[in-house]
Design a protein. Structure first.
Length: 326
């Protein structure tokens, strides 16, 4: 059973539109111990899609900004336009014309769900344009197809929180079952993206295919503890549960100054600290916005002292997900 964290916003149900402008949020996936099953939506950064109708049938991706020319404009190869094509085919609306502009405001391969945010923005936009024929949960399988196109693996830990908002748990993939978890009111995120390259596929290939039973038991306990902490708003339990004995020790090798950043965050009052997605971005939980701002500042300053540029963000958990911009 899925428990929604926010109402489905936007336009008037059943009323089709000529154009829409949509923002979809970045995400922090895994939340340290929940590899491929936990994620949350951030207030910033995120990607924008501007979409409008055209007299010429078919889907065209007219423009991409912020990608340094790395993303394809061919509709079938870009996650945004490809997913729009899938929705139109599903709804038997392939006769209409759609023109798309994608404006990226986060780096590709940042560990902040860059491809997921673009995909979700496109899906939310086409659904608004057509008068919301599908619910957010009905859009989720299309978002998974977009992740498969972008990353080679259709995981939902980025697209689910970006689309649904809040903190999400992927209970199962077959069948797909997503649960929205409670968001404690004083929970804030500190996020830092170091300007180093950690390709998602390379980071995934490093993960062990076999693990020790004792490590699995430890990990299960931490996941259960984190979920329980969210339900009880027990910040101490949340922090104690943010330990990863399976994935982080391997992926941390690819991220310069990882352990020094963790030490800096914890010394600045972080509840817990870890890698966002496959990295190189890192994130920490804090119990106030001021504390999260200080953590972000301290990590950015530490990286600067090591001649590593970075972007820092401070965010509450975004419980709405994508939204229209006016």
């Amino acid at each position: 059973m899925e428990r929604a964290t926010a109402k489905e916003p936007a336009g008037k149900a059943g009323q089709e539109r000529d154009q829409v402008h949509v923002f979809a949020p970045a995400t922090a996936a895994n939340l340290v111990c929940g590899f491929d099953i936990l994620g949350l939506a951030l207030e910033e950064p995120g990607d924008e899609v501007f979409m409008k109708r055209s007299d010429q049938p078919g889907v065209r991706l007219l423009k991409i900004t912020g990608d340094d020319g790395r993303l394809p404009l061919e509709p079938s190869k870009n996650t945004v336009s490809a997913c729009v094509q899938m929705v139109l085919q599903h709804l038997k609306r392939e006769d209409i014309g759609i023109e798309i502009e994608l404006h990226k405001h986060m780096p590709i391969g940042s560990g902040l769900g860059s491809s997921a945010a673009s995909t979700v923005a496109g899906l939310y936009a086409i659904n608004q344009l057509l008068g919301q024929p599908l619910s957010k949960h009905e859009l989720l399988p299309f978002a998974l197809k977009g992740e498969e196109l972008a990353c080679g693996h259709g995981h939902a830990d980025n697209v689910a929180p970006s689309l649904l908002g809040g903190i999400t748990l992927i209970k199962s993939y077959d069948p797909l079952e997503v649960i929205s978890l409670p968001v404690p009111k004083d929970l804030f995120c500190s996020v830092v993206f170091p300007h180093v390259d950690v390709p998602t596929r390379a980071a995934r290939q490093m993960i062990r295919s076999k693990i020790d039973l004792k490590d699995a038991v430890t990990q299960w306990g931490n996941i259960a503890g984190l979920v329980s902490g969210l339900f009880m708003s027990d910040y101490g339990l949340i922090g104690r549960s943010m330990q990863d004995v399976l994935i982080e020790p391997i992926r941390a090798i690819l991220i310069p100054e990882f352990y020094e950043m963790r030490e800096t965050a914890m010394a600045s009052g972080a509840l817990g600290f870890g890698i966002s997605g496959s990295g190189p971005s890192v994130f920490a939980f804090a119990q106030s916005r001021n504390q999260a701002e200080n953590i972000t500042h301290q990590i950015v300053q530490h990286l600067k002292s090591k001649d590593i540029d970075s972007n820092g963000y401070v965010s509450a958990v975004n419980t709405v997900g994508p939204r229209e911009l006016f």
